[in-house]
Design a protein around this ligand. Structure first.
Ligand code: OGA
Ligand code: NI
Length: 362
C-alpha cells in the first residue's frame, strides 16, 4: 500500500528506504508533487526562457584523415568553453544505443523488490547500487530520479554481478565507448603539449561506471528537477540520452562564446552521444578544460532515460595539475589530493553546482 505522501517520513520510507523510488510513487497515482520534491524557486527550471545549444555534433570519423586538425580543434574548443559537446560516428553501434534505452525502461519497469535488492544497504555486491535522488538523507528537496549504478572491474565479475537484465548491453556499451574516450583524451592532452603514454591515459580512466537513470513523468515539472545543478566528478563522461530532452548546461560567465551565464539545452540528436568534461579533467589540465555545470528538467508527458558512463581515475590515485602545465603556466591552480578523499566529499554532499571543485582549490 502506498502511504500518504503528505507525510515526509512515510514518503521517505516508501521511496528511499523501501526502494520503491520515484517511479513507485508516481505509479501509485499521485496528482501533485509532494512537498519533499518542491525545489526552492532559484532551482526551478523555466523552460520558456531556455535556448538550445547550436553547436553541431562533431564527426569523430574525420579524426582520421586530412581533417584531423580541424576536428581536434573543434573538440578542444568545446572542452575549453562549454565543457559539453556531442559526437557522431563515435564507434558505438547505433542499434546498441536503441537496445540500451529499451533495457533501461525494462529494468525500471521491474517490480520494486527486484530493483531494491541493489540498495546500498542490502546489495549482494559492492559493484551495483540502486537508488533515488543523489544524497536523499541530506537534500533539502529530493531529485525526481531513480538510478542504477554499475562499476566495472573485469568482464568475469561484471557478468557475475551486474543485474542480469542489463549486464550484456551495458558491458557492450562500455567496451565500445572506451576507444573513443581514449582518443578524445589524447586529442585534449596533445593540445596542451602533453604526450601521455597508454598506461597514463588508462590511469585517468581507471575506474569506469555505467549508470542508468530513470526520470518518471512528473505532474508539475516546473517545481522539480530531475538532477540538480552539478558537474560530474570524473575525467570524461559519455552520455546517451533519449529523444525527450531536458538536459541543460550553464554557459560559464567568462566563456569566450555567446550566451554567457545562460542555461542552454543539449538537444537530443539521434545516434549521437554527449560528452562532457568532469572535475578531474579540469584539475589535471590546470583549469584549461572546464567541467560543465548541468542539470535535468522533468516532463509531464513521458518518462525519460539516460545512460552515462563515468570515467574516473582509481580511488588510490594522486591527482594534481599535470606538472608540464604547472611549469608552463607558472602556477598550480589546484592542490594535490588522493582521489578517494575527493570522492567522499563529492558523494557526501548534495549537488551544488561546481562547489565540488572547492575541495581542490589552493
Ligand atoms: C548525471 C547527469 C544527465 C542526464 O547522471 O550525472 O548529469 O541527461 N545526467 O540524465
Ligand atoms: Ni552529470
Amino acid at each position: 500500500m502506498a502511504p500518504s505522501f503528505d507525510n515526509g517520513s512515510s514518503l521517505f520510507n516508501f521511496v528511499v528506504r523501501d526502494g520503491n523510488g520515484v517511479k513507485g510513487m508516481v505509479d501509485s497515482g499521485i496528482s501533485k508533487v509532494p512537498e519533499a520534491y518542491i525545489q526552492p524557486p532559484v532551482e526551478q527550471i523555466d523552460k520558456k526562457n531556455a535556448s538550445k545549444c547550436e553547436m553541431p555534433p562533431i564527426d569523430l570519423s574525420r579524426l582520421v584523415g586530412p581533417d584531423h586538425d580541424k576536428v581536434a580543434k573543434e573538440i578542444v574548443r568545446a572542452a575549453e568553453t562549454l565543457g559539453f559537446f556531442q559526437v557522431v560516428n563515435h564507434g558505438v553501434p547505433v542499434d546498441l544505443l536503441e537496445s540500451l534505452k529499451d533495457t533501461a525502461h525494462n529494468f525500471f519497469g521491474l517490480p520494486a523488490e527486484r530493483k531494491a535488492v541493489y540498495r546500498t544497504e542490502s546489495s549482494p555486491t559492492p559493484l551495483v547500487k540502486y537508488g533515488t535522488s543523489f544524497v536523499p538523507a541530506k537534500e533539502k528537496a529530493l531529485e525526481w530520479k531513480d538510478y542504477i549504478s554499475m562499476v566495472y572491474t573485469n568482464d568475469a565479475e561484471v557478468l557475475q554481478h551486474w543485474p542480469i537484465e542489463c549486464r550484456e548491453v551495458a558491458l557492450e556499451y562500455l567496451k565500445t565507448s572506451l576507444d573513443m574516450v581514449k582518443k578524445l583524451l589524447e586529442v585534449l592532452m596533445e593540445n596542451l603539449g602533453v604526450k601521455l603514454d597508454d598506461s597514463k591515459i588508462d590511469s585517468l580512466i581507471g575506474n569506469k561506471t555505467v549508470n542508468m537513470n530513470y526520470y518518471p513523468t512528473c505532474p508539475n515539472p516546473e517545481l522539480t528537477v530531475g538532477v540538480g545543478r552539478h558537474s560530474d566528478m570524473g575525467t570524461l563522461t559519455v552520455l546517451l540520452q533519449d529523444g525527450i530532452g531536458g538536459l541543460y548546461v550553464k554557459v560559464p560567465d567568462d566563456a569566450d562564446i555567446d550566451k554567457k551565464g545562460e542555461w542552454v539545452e543539449i538537444p537530443p540528436v539521434p545516434g549521437a552521444l554527449v560528452i562532457n568534461v568532469g572535475d578531474m579533467l579540469q584539475i589535471l589540465s590546470n583549469g584549461k578544460y572546464k567541467s560543465a555545470e548541468h542539470r535535468v528538467r522533468t516532463t509531464s508527458t513521458k518518462s525519460r532515460v539516460s545512460i552515462p558512463i563515468f570515467t574516473i581515475p582509481k580511488p588510490t590515485e594522486k591527482i594534481a595539475p599535470l606538472p608540464q602545465l604547472v611549469e608552463k603556466d607558472g602556477i598550480a591552480r589546484y592542490k594535490e589530493f588522493v582521489l578517494a578523499d575527493y570522492m567522499n566529499n563529492f558523494f557526501g554532499n548534495p549537488h551544488d553546482g561546481k562547489k565540488s571543485l572547492d575541495f581542490a582549490r589552493i
